[in-house]
Design a binder for this molecule. Structure first.
Ligand code: NDP
Length: 327
């Protein structure tokens, strides 16, 4: 038996989450069983833990869209017991039981061997949010980052914190947008060179184009923020759109695309091919300063997660919540 955070739904449709002892044979099908050591809290986990259930299709359910740990048993020749592995994406924690448990069983294809230079706890301090931040940086690089500062929106959140630290390490000026002025010191310590108050960019304007300001952008907020940022990009610069913490509606014109050649790059971390996932994790191990990563960590246990899930949906979590599933 081992512990898992199980979400159940009663006959009235009310969901509740509790730590329960479960058996290996309750785990879903898969080629590889992993002894999970760490998982994390992401925005999607907040949805899966909440009353709406996010993308959960069947109850009981074990959330946790990412995890890291050691292979315990494997039917796949690529993995042997003891190998350190990390998983993000593939609907794990949504339609397949996820990382909020001391063991998980998944398809071998969904795993990535953890590269040297990063341990399972650090990998989960990065987690899906940080992995996505790295994918966003790689997408900006593929299209060329211009000379101006790179704007990071939702900067004090998970994606934003890791994006800020990586971009700074790579030598870019980083303008961090936050609605929480009290996080300015934290963002500066991660490498932000400029703090931009959220209201400066989150308010709509009738002007389709403003001054050419940003050499690139990683946007975790969407909505009004993304709509306005498009008109502030330098000629030929790119926006990597990662999330919608501020809303899904995009009220923009085509003018920034036509007259400034702006690129809008959608980032999806869920279905990335193996080679790109491996490359992203190798880049994380080499380009993310681990001492900055430490300052982003908020430790948690399985039983802390229902409360923290509500917090992340309200945008009040700072940095990355790292769940020690064995404590
Ligand atoms: P967090 O909650 O940690 O961070 C989101 C940040 O956005 C908040 O900290 C806050 O930053 C800002 N924010 C929140 N609400 C609003 C609002 N109403 N208006 C403006 N800004 C707001 O979430 P994550 O960083 O983990 O994820 C961010 C987004 O990225 C989510 O939508 C998530 O679903 C998505 N995502 C997408 C992935 C993909 O594959 N595309 C993978 C991972 C995440 P501040 O306080 O600094 O203003």
């Amino acid at each position: 038996m081992f512990n898992a955070l199980v979400v159940e739904k009663d006959a009235e449709g009310t969901t509740s989450a509790s730590v329960q002892a479960i058996d290996l044979d309750q785990l879903p099908e898969g080629d590889v069983t992993v002894a999970v050591t760490y998982s994390t809290l992401n925005y999607k986990d907040g949805l899966c833990l909440g009353p709406g259930g996010g993308l959960v299709r069947q109850y009981p359910h074990v959330p946790g869209i990412d995890f890291a740990g050691n292979v315990e048993a494997s039917d796949d020749p690529r993995y042997k017991p003891g190998d350190k592995v990390v998983l993000t994406g593939w609907r794990v924690g949504e339609s397949h039981w996820g990382g909020y448990a001391q063991k998980a069983r998944v398809k071998a294809d969904w795993l990535v061997p953890l590269p040297d230079g990063i341990d399972p706890r650090q990998a989960m301090a990065v987690g899906t949010a940080g992995f996505t931040a790295m994918l966003a940086v790689m997408a900006l690089e593929d299209h060329g980052i211009k000379d101006g500062p790179v704007l990071v929106t939702g900067a004090a959140g998970g994606v934003g914190s890791v994006a800020t630290a990586i971009l700074s390490k790579l030598g870019y000026q980083v303008a961090a947008v936050t609605g929480r002025p009290e996080t300015a010191d934290y963002l500066t310590s991660l490498g932000a060179t400029q703090i931009v108050p959220r209201d400066e960019i989150n308010t709509p304007t009738k002007r389709p184009l403003e001054s050419e300001t940003w050499g690139g952008c990683i946007d975790a907020v969407g909505g009004a923020m993304l709509s306005r940022v498009l008109g502030q990009m330098q000629y030929g610069a790119s926006v990597a759109a990662v999330g919608l913490a501020g809303g899904a509606a995009l009220n923009a014109t085509v003018v920034p695309f036509l007259l400034r050649g702006v690129n809008l790059l959608g980032i999806d971390s869920v279905m990335q091919p193996y080679a790109r996932r491996l490359q992203a994790w190798e880049r994380i191990a080499s380009d993310l300063p681990m001492e900055k990563l430490e300052s982003m960590i908020q430790p948690a246990t399985l039983s802390d997660l229902p409360k923290l899930g509500a917090d992340i949906l309200q945008g009040s979590v700072k940095g990355r919540v790292v769940v020690d599933v064995n404590s």
